[in-house]
Design a protein around this ligand. Structure first.
Ligand SMILES: Cc1ncc(COP(=O)(O)O)c(C=O)c1O
Ligand SMILES: N[C@@H](CCCC[NH3+])C(=O)O
Length: 419
């Protein structure tokens, strides 16, 4: 069941009319559905029902809002974090340290220390030297840091170039062929409990085939490591499952993903770990915006909305598609461009698209904005930082306030020697 529906001709999130949120909070604003987050969390878990030993860690980068993290913690999710800031958020949201996995291609010494001091569940190491440093820091504290090696399996995920992570030329992971030798050198260090392998080949995957190829390579590596005498108890299979941004997208279902994982990992005898982000959050949120102007254009009219690339960067960064819909559709359509007010030619959400006919003052949404939306927002053009609202049934709450240009300016100052 979708929780973003027309009720009496007007778009609602669950039982709350979007117009009511716009009136109370202003626009632009991200609006999330708690019931959708819950449903996605459960569908993902159900897809993996056949896997006995598993750990689910939500990729915090997709949506780090504290309320969202708490909701997912209540659904039994831990977190996959990539910075000290994300780690602090996961803890602040009530997640247990042991349920947190620390990924990330450039963890600082301070971040490794922070992770050890709070007792996180696992570090996914990106290179040998990181393992050496982590082992030293842990040994000095009388600890053994639970860790895996993240390997780069050299598999093309078949997704947008800028969100691919598993090809040899990408910066992520260490070359899978070098993993056995690195494992041999790191495993004996007293400060490390080197217990497995991690892999993540990219995001918004529309096919299971590249994932399957990557997992098969990891399975072979696990067998080789065991044959060399290593104890392998954990394999982290990352995230990456794609979602439907438009009708023509056809991502694999969590059930199909689970069936593939079950088949490929049969007999591995490890705890499997997962780091889903987008599949849990993308379609749980929309960006609500107001039409400022409809401006004549040389080819198509320009619908200028009050949301911009600084609020939702995905279109400018990856040519991503987000459906655009009026909150009170008249039934009439027209072909138009949709753009924000930012002074960049790439601040365009849609070009030459048939959309609901809208006019100045109308409310509209950009759909599927719950993942990599608010979290990638900036204050470019000195625009306020976009707020977030969580809806549950017929109530809603501002779970991140709008941070004004004045508040941001308060962090700056002019040196005396310029006055
Ligand atoms: C290491 C790691 N895990 C998990 C994710 C989450 O990916 P997704 O949102 O595609 O599920 C990412 C981002 O691509 C990542 O880099
Ligand atoms: N930010 C990207 C996804 C990056 C995934 C991070 N590993 C997007 O919006 O699609």
């Amino acid at each position: 069941m979708d929780h973003f529906n027309l009720i009496d001709g007007e778009l609602h999130v669950e039982n709350v009319p979007l117009a009511r949120i716009a009136e109370a909070v202003g626009t632009p604003v991200y609006v999330y559905s708690a019931a959708t987050f819950q449903r996605h969390a459960r569908v993902f878990r159900d897809g993996l029902a056949g896997i006995a030993r598993k750990h689910l860690a939500f990729a915090v980068k997709a949506n780090p809002n504290l309320a969202v993290l708490r909701l997912l913690a209540n659904e039994g999710f831990g977190a996959d974090v990539v910075s000290g800031g994300e780690l602090a958020r996961a803890l602040a949201a009530g997640m247990a340290a042991k349920d947190i996995v620390f990924s990330g291609v450039g963890k600082t010494r301070a971040e490794l220390e922070q992770g050890l001091d709070v007792g996180i569940g696992q570090f996914n190491l990106e290179l040998e030297e990181e393992g050496v440093v982590l082992a030293e820091i842990a040994a000095a504290r009388g600890l053994r840091a639970p860790a895996t090696l993240r390997v780069n399996p050299d598999v093309d995920a078949g997704t947008h170039e800028k969100i691919s992570t598993g090809r040899a030329e990408n910066k992520f992971g260490l070359p899978i062929d070098e993993a056995p030798a690195i494992f041999d050198r790191l495993a004996p260090l007293p400060g490390l409990d080197l217990r497995g392998i991690a892999v993540h080949i990219g995001s918004q995957l529309q096919s299971l085939a590249p994932l399957e190829r990557a997992f098969e390579r990891v399975g072979k590596l696990v067998a080789d490591l065991r044959a060399a005498g290593h104890s392998i108890t954990h394999v982290d299979l990352g995230g990456g499952l794609g979602v439907r941004y438009r009708d023509s997208d056809n991502p694999p279902s969590p059930a199909a993903f689970g069936a593939m994982v079950e088949r490929v990992t049969r007999g591995w005898d490890v705890e499997l770990m997962f780091e889903p982000g987008r599949v849990i959050s993308a379609n749980a949120g929309v960006l609500l915006t107001e039409v400022l102007w409809v401006k004549p254009g040389a080819v198509n009219p320009w619908v200028i909305v009050d949301a911009a690339m600084n609020d939702l960067a995905r279109v400018a960064m990856y040519d991503a598609h987000h459906d655009f819909e009026a909150v009170r559709p008249s039934g009439e359509k027209f072909v138009a461009n949709v753009a924000g007010p930012v002074c960049e030619s790439s601040d365009v959400f849609a070009k030459g698209r048939e959309i609901d006919r809208v006019q100045t003052g109308d409310l509209a949404i950009l759909r599927s904005a719950g993942a990599y939306g608010a979290t990638m927002a900036s204050t470019y053009n000195s625009r306020p930082l976009v707020p977030e609202v969580l809806v549950s049934g017929d109530r809603f709450e501002v779970v991140a306030g709008r941070i004004s240009a004045e508040a941001i300016m308060a962090e700056e100052h002019v040196p005396d020697w310029l006055k």
